[in-house]
Design a protein around this ligand. Sequence first.
Ligand SMILES: [Zn+2]
Ligand SMILES: [Zn+2]
Length: 485
Amino acid sequence: MCSIQEGDIENPIKKDKTEKSKVCMKCGGEAVLITRINDPLCRDCFMVYTTHKFRAAIGKSKIIRDGETVLVGFSGGQASSCLLQLIKDGLSERAHKKLRFKPSLLFIDEGAAIDMSAEERLDSCQKILQVMAKSGFPCHIRSLEEAMDSSFITTDSSKDSLASTELPDLDEQSQGQRSKNDLDTDRPKPAEKPKTNGLPIDKDFKEKCIHYDESEIKLKELLKSLKSVTAKEDLIKSLRYNILIDTARKHSHTKVMTGDCSTRLSVRLLSDISQGKGAHVAMETGFADKRLDDITVVRPIRDFSSKEVTLHNVLNDVESVFIPTLTTKAPQNTSIEHLTESFITGLQADYGSTVMNIMRTGEKLNTEILDSTEQQCIICHAPLDTSTGIASALNAVEFSQKISRKNDDKLSPECCGEGDGSCNTKSGRLNKEEALSTLCYGCRLMVKDLSDVNKLPEYIQRDITNRVNRSKMKADIQDYLLADD
Ligand SMILES: [Zn+2]
Ligand SMILES: [Zn+2]
């Protein structure tokens, strides 16, 4: 039921570019910027405003406890640089009511996904490292292809850390120098140079590099086998999410912070809805994402618009690093997300309340959290939204897809006769139909785009096989079970 009242949403008044007040609305001093729709503020009042907004978001939620260690996802972009600066200011001794959590930073190198050369990857990692090291917080660097590694596990049991490297007291200069030497002398191919972190190259490390090369090839093949850019973006997003979670688990953090601002989130909200992921938008865009039992993802700057983020960074001389993405310089209709982004930013330029209205409408949505892991999507861990009624749109779509690929007998092989459901798993290969049954609607769309499900990262394949085998076993012994309602 729609609960929007009249006056709840501000009228979309087109911006008047001619008339702007030059007086700070708080102190009456000289205003240097206009924030929200038409609020002139001076520099000092703007800083008070942003600091308050950030701290109120953290304080109000009461999610982060004193002394807790928090993993902060750092991409080097404007929003995460702004978040890092706000955290630094909040933790500093001179802060009024000092924040008391302990952050550590994680940068995920996604160079492999966009075919960056070894030199470019090394260069961007070094730039990021320098920015991260200046904060004085512990830093980690991981790469996206690590998720393709056979030893990559995201379950709680994997406390042994091998992939990520801690850099507590980083000496930027020697760090950069040594990594560069590694590149020049040792490995011309894109191996994870920044991972050496100044350690001498020994046999073990070389083996690890070869390992990463394999993972990099696997990742590139997987991305290549996805037809649409939208599916590629989805996959990268989900691998990124899993690496964040995995790092948090390995270092026993229970909170992850991301620098998603409201402009970013409103793009995500609309593009998720247009891709049939409406059931999860509350998790994807809310302040706290509690889909996992052990780790909560929080978005402390979700009330900041991208304009406020940029203003904050300019006024504070905050450094940020530009890292290209899959759709940088691409035409606007390359992917659904890219198109949504240009739609929203175009609208926002003329109607200043666009993003705010999208976010406030999104806040009225809610996701039901289910307690059983059997009912979670294997890839994104959101509750499955696919157990709909027989007359649902989803069933109709599935039915027509089944009919149209009737001739493709590879998708539904006959039983080998053993009746234990081992026909498909015997060869160690996943069956697409079975894989789809363990996924939410949004992830199904992504996997349907894939030519071969066996290209998926091994941890996903393993989880799917386990889930499928378990549900087969459950079905087999169903008759002998006492009914539980
Ligand atoms: Zn002022
Ligand atoms: Zn999913």
